[in-house]
Design a protein around this ligand. Sequence first.
Ligand code: ZN
Ligand code: ZN
Length: 150
Amino acid sequence: MEGGCACGGVRYRLTSAPLFVHCCHCLNCQRQTGSAFVVNLLIESARVELLADEPVAVDVPRDDGSTQRVYRCRTCEVAVYSEYGRPDVRFVRAGTLDEPRRVTPDVHIFTKSKVAWVVIPESVPAFEVFYDMAEQWPAASLERIAALRR
Ligand SMILES: [Zn+2]
Ligand SMILES: [Zn+2]
């Protein structure tokens, strides 16, 4: 899958399927996106191939006093991906894909702050805060993330 920012300055290609897809309803994601939730594709940074400009890192304040590194196009400033603590995994913003409809969330998280009018399908796991990776991630994705740590 390929995607990019609004002006075309940043273009990327994902060289494999993501590890897992989060739909996050936390207040940080709502504020950062100006929307009701964010859909993030978690994928190894090495599998995000940059085809044009490199985005710039911006450390964005979070409610807990920490910061989150968000990568933006230096021209139009659209955020294309972020990272949470570890630089070897990217959280690619699904809305920046050329075909965002190809992606559906594997899990909904931080539903404690979900807006009431978003209704989660019964078939998709949903958690008030977070979840146990070992219980939710497919075995192949757990193996991929373990390979990063080695
Ligand atoms: Zn741009
Ligand atoms: Zn969030």
